[in-house]
Design a protein around this ligand. Sequence first.
Ligand SMILES: [Mn+2]
Length: 329
Amino acid sequence: MSTRGEILELVRRGSRFLVSCHLRPDADALGSALGWAAILRVLGKEAVVYTADVPPRMLEFLPDVERIVHALPSGPPFDASFVMDAAAAPLVPPLPREICGPVVMIDHHAAHDDFGDFVLREDDACATGVLVLRLMRELGIERVPATAAKPLYAAIVADTGGFRYPGTSAETLRLGAELLEAGADPWETAYNLFEGWEEERMKLLGAVLERMELVDEGRVAILVVTRRMLEQVGADDEMVEGMVNYGRMLQGVEIAALLWEMPSENGPLTKISLRSSGRADVAGIAKALRGGGHRAAAGANLAEPLDAARRRVLELAKRALGDGQRALI
Ligand SMILES: [Mn+2]
């Protein structure tokens, strides 16, 4: 039986499932988890959504967020546990088999580690939310249930940058239309995902842009966020998400990298977010730093201070642009 067949069989046979996603969940991770749980419930199954981290405020508008648990429930083991949108094992909370049963990865990242007992990875999909909709059909559900529409729409809108990125296909737009018919709200989603900024966040963006560094003849933009910058404007870490995109927005920039000094008790930790405007493959850079992601959006965590991380990223970015001639999008 194919892995896909085995996963569908696990769903058909089981009655109680855990649904989780990568740490620090974003809209695709959480939306896919909530959407998949809603579909399992329509099939008459019990589904518990578990995230180790509390979801960011911008995702609080999604239905059923308040039902999410942040500690593994006790009781009999689950028939299976699903992990949505996780490219690499370090991005997943521990899922002990005696509580979680077999672990099923459902993901769409091109650069990744495989882990878990079953892996469904389809990198042609613009979002993990699309994989959920494909599985839904294979389980015999034709129409998207209302409870799954909002989270799955948010998953797709977020990972396509609002239906803009090259991964956006005719299928993506058809699925978007279907999710609107099933009850998703386009403006509510867009406002929560892309707008509705706190004043502190806007001030932080100002500080980040002020310090933006252009290197390699303006082809690489380096943005930094230090603990001190956050303190100065009263911003928190959640507000940093997505700021790397402003580096890519500038004409001539092919790679934008945001280096983010993370709070850490065990020595220095720098989170790196990478974006490509099309030619360069930033997933390759992330992979060289033991991270993961897509051609145009990827990331990694480095146990190094910001300056050292900056040097490594810059070197890899220059190399990626040098080899980039063949790698058309
Ligand atoms: Mn995703």
